[in-house]
Design a protein around this ligand. Structure first.
Ligand code: FMN
Length: 383
């Protein structure tokens, strides 16, 4: 599985793994891929700083990346206090009523809590970038910064390049890919409709070659070729073979790691967490693309929570970042309530293949051996 990116990043396999869990990200890098830590859950730059220190101690010197959320188009930005005042009381009442109907109790200590909502603000995402660059300089292990929802601001791209860090950005359409590369992005993550989290309307099998063709031959500001990472629905070695056959230089996977053994977020006690139980039970038809998570279309696990927002009388989701602020506390309450039928979790259609809790190393080995078998099978078609 050697591509231009295994060489460029000094990794064994061109498998880029997005995950909010530092334990999973570190395990992906140790197993020969490139683990990319999602930073949106960090409200404070100091918290990210501590987690990155942990990553350095647990990655055997292997490279890894970070992912920030800096939407290119955001209708409102300001302090959380200003934004809170813009949320209509009817929306707050709907959320409160729905949580009550679904039997989701208040947070144990009765306090208000905001898990990860501040990370959606540009000001906080910028502090994530600053911390990541300090770590890139200090340890030389951070090799990639990725941005969801548009090209990162030009100064962030320039700064990353100055620190020797390549820049990736998600694209759900050819037009997004073209604007990313003209802004100086090195890797376009072509994210098909079936993917978990924010996702567009074009499916992977159509989108990947379309974006490969659109940016073919483009050189980045560092003089290297702009490359495509195929994302959305990848959860097997056969799909990696398909992605590389379509011209991608690697894959970017998110959902697949949520049932990794190392994924400890939301765990209380031994065994799979409540969210993992929901993921293990789900089929490939049990996801829905909805604006209720963040205000922009994102694919989530279909549960009683997503269904409540589709019922008659439910309000429209608010624009980003108001929707994030509206549901931030609800998400915290839901994750503390331990009901697999009421979870609020981004997940892609590949969830239907995730049927066991598995260590990351085994997941990667499985992808590699299936990839090898697929390529050998294809080679036989030429004999
Ligand atoms: C639980 C979860 C959270 C996600 N959060 C982010 C995020 O914060 N930033 C981002 O760039 N992408 C995020 N994504 C999208 C992934 O980066 C990736 O593009 C997507 O998962 C790929 O499709 P797949 O889920 O079919 O593998 C998230 C995906 C999941 C499943």
């Amino acid at each position: 599985m050697k591509t231009v990116l295994t060489e460029r990043f000094g990794i064994e396999y061109p498998i880029f793994g997005f995950t909010p869990s530092e334990h999973v990200a570190a395990a992906i890098s140790r197993a020969g891929g490139l683990g990319v830590l999602g930073c949106v859950r960090f409200n404070e730059a100091e918290e990210l700083d501590g987690v990155l220190e942990w990553m350095h101690q647990n990655t055997d010197g292997k490279p890894f990346g970070v992912d920030i959320v800096m939407p290119a188009k955001i209708p409102t930005e300001g302090s959380k206090v200003d934004l809170d005042a813009m949320i209509p009381p009817e929306h707050r009442a709907f959320v409160e009523r729905t949580l009550e109907d679904l039997g989701v109790p208040p947070l144990p200590d009765g306090s208000r809590m905001n898990t990860g909502v501040l990370g959606w603000l540009h000001s906080v995402a910028r502090s994530h970038v600053d911390v990541a660059m300090e770590h890139a300089d200090k340890y030389g292990q951070i090799k990639l910064i990725a941005n969801a929802l548009g090209s990162p601001p030009e100064d962030v791209i320039a700064k990353s390049h100055q620190h020797g860090v390549q820049v990736a950005a998600l694209a759900g359409a050819k037009e997004h890919a073209l604007s990313h590369v003209s802004a100086g992005v090195d890797l376009v993550i072509a994210q098909g409709h079936e993917g978990g989290g924010h996702t567009g309307e074009v499916t992977s099998v159509v989108l990947w070659p379309e974006i490969v063709d659109a940016i073919s031959g483009v050189k980045t500001t560092s003089g290297e070729s702009a490359e495509v990472l195929a994302a959305g629905g990848v959860g097997s070695g056969r799909q990696i073979a398909a992605a590389l056959a379509m011209g991608a230089a690697g894959v970017w996977m998110g959902t697949y790691w949520l049932t990794a053994q190392e994924y400890q977020l939301g765990h209380r006690g031994a065994g799979p967490s409540t969210v993992q139980q929901a993921l293990l039970n789900a089929t490939s038809r049990d996801t829905v693309r909805t604006r209720i998570y963040s205000g922009k279309p994102a694919r989530l696990l279909k549960t009683k929570w997503t269904q409540a927002w589709e019922a008659a009388g439910a309000p429209e989701a608010l624009p980003m970042p108001l929707q994030n602020l509206l549901v931030g506390e609800a998400h915290a309450r839901i994750s503390a309530s331990d009901d697999p039928e009421v979870v609020a979790m981004p997940a892609g259609q590949i969830v239907g293949r995730m049927n066991a809790i598995t260590p990351v190393e085994d997941l990667i080995n499985g992808l590699v051996s299936e990839y090898t078998a697929a390529v050998e099978r294809l080679e036989r078609t030429l004999r």
